[in-house]
Design a protein around this ligand. Structure first.
Ligand SMILES: Cc1ncc(COP(=O)(O)O)c(C=O)c1O
Length: 399
């Protein structure tokens, strides 16, 4: 028998409405098929400079060190903690979901004594609770905050948190993996010290790069650290010499992924960053209205809902995977299940980047309207579609 690996792999064209990766526009995929340049080729340097320039615009920053790391989002979490923290430092992480748990774990592994401030999953951490924790320690080096918690669908308002942390002399590391390109991220105006993201969500590229930006305080802390950064690969000082005009070899950049990111960012520039963010808000409003019209509950506090990711509470008696499997089989459509404590309890619906389109909202809602009644959850046919349509009209101020 011929082993299957001798057959060409032809993946199906899925509608990716999970927590990421999101669907990628053919223009971005096409960019990846361009000839490979050497990572020290002057023409590739131009690509690098253009990518950094567009990333600065998306982050709203003038930080020189704004570069795509060769990794996914978790690598950027590691890079942020490994470069800012030294053994014996104190760190606090605002932990309101799975990725806050991961950030605290990484900070601890980097040798910092790490404390956490928890909130109920579905809400952001309260600034007053963070201040109580900050007061307990003589010197806190870093506070980690997940701007958009992909496990719960919660958006944490950053300005108040940043102002508070700076009052106590702590640097702020912000995880914008789910928010960059899908919500406003104002690195300079909010005065964030380190902010990182990943390409596979609202930026609209495949997984594989993790844009990070370092503010002046972070650069100073990294420059003046006493110990060497334990990680060679994620040593940002070493990497800077490749991304700045020195162009010193550090590691071989993923060339095709850099082309993809350039094209994805170019598409964002054509659309306009504000229009892109507004598109995410618009389709999220339609999705929420449709979901609620079916009588389903949303997990996140209404005042703090993420647009790129909506968490839906799975109704009693409905089995999580039964619905997701049917969506995949019958609609070729992927949504996500719950993470950590929310496993089996919520669905995570992503409307990110190229996936954040009205047509996807209507396809998903009609799929759920078809599938849920067959599993014993009654839905008035068409109700969710009408509610989503109404929400779109209201969003445009035409309601
Ligand atoms: C908020 C957040 N942070 C970090 C990560 C980790 O990113 P990656 O899976 O790209 O390593 C994710 C991934 O979904 C995320 O949603």
């Amino acid at each position: 028998m011929t082993p299957s690996y001798l057959n060409e792999f032809k993946p199906p064209q899925r509608i990716l409405l999970g927590p990421g990766p999101s669907s990628v526009h053919p223009r971005v995929l096409q960019a990846m098929t361009q000839p490979i340049l050497g990572h020290l080729d002057p023409q590739f340097f131009q690509v690098m400079d253009e990518v950094c320039e567009m990333l600065r615009q998306v982050y709203h920053t003038s930080n020189f060190m704004t570069v795509p790391l060769s990794s996914t989002g978790t690598g950027a979490m590691e890079a942020a903690c490994a470069n800012i923290l030294e053994r014996g430092d104190t760190a606090i992480v605002c932990r309101n979901g799975f990725f806050g748990v991961r950030l605290a774990d990484i900070a601890q592994r980097c040798g910092a004594e790490t404390f956490v401030v928890d909130s109920q999953w579905g809400k952001p951490v309260e600034p007053a609770a963070l201040e109580r924790e900050l007061r307990k320690h003589a010197k806190v080096k870093m506070v980690g905050v997940v701007h958009g918690e992909t496990s719960t669908g919660v958006l944490t308002p950053m300005p108040e948190i940043v102002e508070l942390c700076h009052r106590y002399g702590a640097l702020v590391v912000s995880d914008a993996v789910t928010t960059l390109g899908g919500h406003d991220v104002q690195m300079d105006q909010w005065d964030i010290d380190v902010c990182y993201s990943a390409t596979q969500k609202c930026l609209g590229a495949p997984p594989g790069l993790a844009p990070i930006s370092l503010g002046p305080r972070a650069v100073e802390v990294i420059k003046t650290r006493e110990s060497e950064v334990q990680s060679f690969y994620f040593n940002l000082k070493g990497l800077e010499s490749y991304w700045n005009q020195t162009r010193a070899y550090h590691h071989t950049t993923p060339i095709s992924m850099t082309y993809a990111l350039r094209e994805a960012l170019r598409m964002m520039m054509e659309e306009g960053i504000d229009n892109r963010i507004r598109r995410h808000a618009r389709v999220a409003a339609a999705l929420r209205a449709g979901i609620q019209a079916m009588g389903l509950q949303l997990l996140a506090d209404p005042d703090y809902r993420l647009n790129p990711l909506t968490t839906v509470v799975i109704p009693q008696g409905i089995e999580d995977t039964a619905v997701r499997k049917r969506l995949m089989q019958d609609y070729n459509l992927e949504i996500g299940g719950g993470l950590g404590d929310l496993r089996g309890k919520v669905w995570r619906i992503g409307l990110m980047g190229e996936s954040a389109r009205e047509v996807n909202v209507f396809t998903l809602l009609s799929g759920l309207e078809q599938i849920l009644p067959t599993l014993g959850y009654e839905v008035a046919y068409g109700s969710s579609l009408a509610a989503a349509q109404r929400a779109l009209v209201e969003f445009e101020g035409r309601g």
